[in-house]
Design a protein around this ligand. Sequence first.
Ligand SMILES: *Cc1c(COP(=O)(O)O)cnc(C)c1O
Length: 382
Amino acid sequence: MIPYGKQHITDEDIAAVIETLKSPFLTSGPKVAEFEAAFAQYIGCKYAVAVANGTAALHISCLALGVNATSKVITSPITFSASANCVRYCGGEVHFVDIDKETILLDIDKVRDLLEKHPKGTFQGIIPVDFAGYPVDMEAFRKLADEFGLWILEDACHAPGGNFTNIDGKNHLCGDGSLADLAIFSFHPVKHIATGEGGMVTTNDEELYKKLKQFRSHGMVYQGDSALIENHGGWYMELQELGYNYRMPDVLCNLGISQLKRANEGFIKRQEIAKRYDKAFANSNVKIIVPKENFSHAYHLYVIQVEDRKGLYDYLRTKDIFAQVHYVPVHLMPYYKNLGSKKGDCPNAEKYYEHCLSIPMYPTLTYEEQTFVIQEILNFVG
Ligand SMILES: *Cc1c(COP(=O)(O)O)cnc(C)c1O
């Protein structure tokens, strides 16, 4: 069976887990800060906060940014639903804006149109998604957001290591803290770095960083944090806000540290696999997404678009190739339809959904397996 994505666990990974299991800390020990520091270094940001999963990362990010029942936030319909749900957890309203047909990313021109049609202050923030691993042009989004006084929360779950170079030759990694206010990552098994469950928020903003740490652990401020309102002694901790238990256990953080050591290797392997697919499908009926020259795609997913998507999906299953569809447009989910969104709101996303298929993409996909996948797809499309 060849799935669309798969984790890779080595003996070193297993040893790291066992090491922590034998240590005094299963959770909230030294491995949390160690993983955060290593991840921040990999991504090139100042601060990183480890959390229970990517969805928790989105939720505390919205809390730290002050999303509430009066907030209106913009996101893409082609994403995992958590990118939108996090706004709803805080009572805010989600506004889906259509994608660009070529990049499958949130269309910045359509976002601008929407902002210009409403009085300033109508919208508070944007959640762009580095869909499939294609980095959002965050420089352009930053300019737009500044013009309209919005914050940016980058959903970079698909793009650890993804980057782009601007016209001045400056390179930006997804989530490096220089453009978006906050960025989030997930360590779900299908993602680049796999810990089972796990997530991270990255930022360069110290105030947001402090709030994130507070929301991650009940809303509590502990000894050693300067911001205690009272202080009764060494035992004293203070509940200042309503937070959650979204902590990532030490055991999983040490697995993350071990996985992170191979992240760059995996990134390069994904790009190699993508190059071979690009070449194989270049002159066929299979539509591929080729990133612009100055964009380095992280290839969480390799997405193709074909006329008869359902036919190809079913055919590949008969060959034990388990392709997948990413995503059913979020605005067409019954939950969001009940809140007022409908078919026709995002025509590009709806059309993309009719034709898209994510084909096998993971570092341990062998040359032979990839050959087989390519042959079977070309067989089907003729
Ligand atoms: C995986 C994913 C999430 C959620 O991450 P979990 O760790 O599964 O909670 C959010 N957004 C996107 C785009 C994702 O791919």
